[in-house]
Design a binder for this molecule. Structure first.
Ligand code: NAD
Length: 265
């Protein structure tokens, strides 16, 4: 039984951002060796140096299949295996308040990273895991993939697709002893959400604050905005054998936003 991640090898995509960084740090603290994958080379090198020999950085654009394949090969060759894949990299895309103003090329960029990146990461990781006794895949969606609303259409669509993709791969990969689950974070204070912070005044910020339950501190049931560490703790749980009987689950980490309060979501 792995109660922590001792002896495990993990990949964290988007590993230098808010949630990815917190997860990489927590994984190392709990005994894992971690490959941090991101397009931000400077931040990746700095984080790997800070975390020491248990961490390596591999520059990876998750929207490129060959780069994701090379990422998995890198983890296997440098750390001797791959047990946990956290498909976390994501972008919000252009922030127009209205879909009629959206540029559909931006839509393709969002889908390429948020959805294709998860599919590529899942397939490459699972091909290795299936040959080696199994593993765990955790995808990062969003409550924006559960709740409809105005603005961020490409983001919402990509995250809804990641949720269905996760449930389906959970069934498909079960025969290889691979568990697959997906997070739906609410509003977590990271660079991704800086544009909708309270005090930022724009039409899109207003719409998102209302529509994604971006409720920051006051409107969500738990009355505080999430921290990257809140999400990292849940990823650690799902990655460990404590979650051995959990697969195909979409788990909100949202301070209660999706619990059903129709006024404040
Ligand atoms: P963030 O912007 O801090 O981190 C995202 C990271 O992904 C960055 O380090 C960025 O360089 C990296 N990245 C971007 N494009 C990439 C690519 N093509 N290949 C590899 N890496 C790439 O954002 P975050 O808030 O930490 O978001 C992490 C994940 O959590 C995303 O999938 C996001 O959609 C999801 N999420 C965040 C929130 C929130 O409120 N912050 C809520 C719900 C879901």
């Amino acid at each position: 039984m792995h109660q922590d991640l001792s002896g495990q090898v993990a990949i964290v995509t988007g590993g230098t951002g808010g949630i990815g960084r917190a997860t990489a740090e927590l994984f190392v603290k709990h005994g894992a060796r971690v490959v941090i994958a991101d397009i931000d080379t400077e931040a990746g090198d700095a984080l790997a140096a800070k975390l020491g020999p248990a961490a390596l950085f591999k520059r990876t654009d998750v929207s490129q299949m060959d780069e994701v394949r090379a990422l998995v090969d890198f983890a296997v060759s440098r750390f001797g295996g791959l047990h946990v894949m956290f498909n976390n990299a994501g972008i919000s895309g252009a922030q127009h308040p209205r879909f009629l103003d959206d540029d559909l090329q931006d839509f393709q960029r969002v889908i390429g990273i948020n959805l294709f990146g998860v599919m590529a990461g899942s397939q490459c990781a699972a091909r290795h895991m299936a040959q080696n006794g199994g593993g765990v895949i955790i995808n990062n969606a969003s409550i924006a993939g559960l709740l409809p609303g105005q603005a961020l259409m490409s983001y919402r669509a990509s995250k809804a697709a990641v949720i269905m993709f996760t449930k389906s791969t959970a069934i498909d990969f079960a025969e290889y002893n691979i568990r697959v689950n997906v997070l739906a974070p609410g509003h977590i204070r990271t660079p991704l959400t800086a544009y909708a912070e309270p005090g930022v005044s724009s039409e899109v910020a207003e719409r998102i604050r209302v529509a994604v339950g971006a409720a920051f501190d006051v409107n969500q049931p738990l009355k505080r905005t999430g921290r990257p560490e809140d999400v990292a703790e849940v990823v650690l749980f799902l990655a460990s054998d404590r979650a051995a009987q959990i697969t195909g689950v979409v788990l909100p980490v949202d301070g209660g936003i999706t619990a059903g309060d129709p006024v404040n979501h």
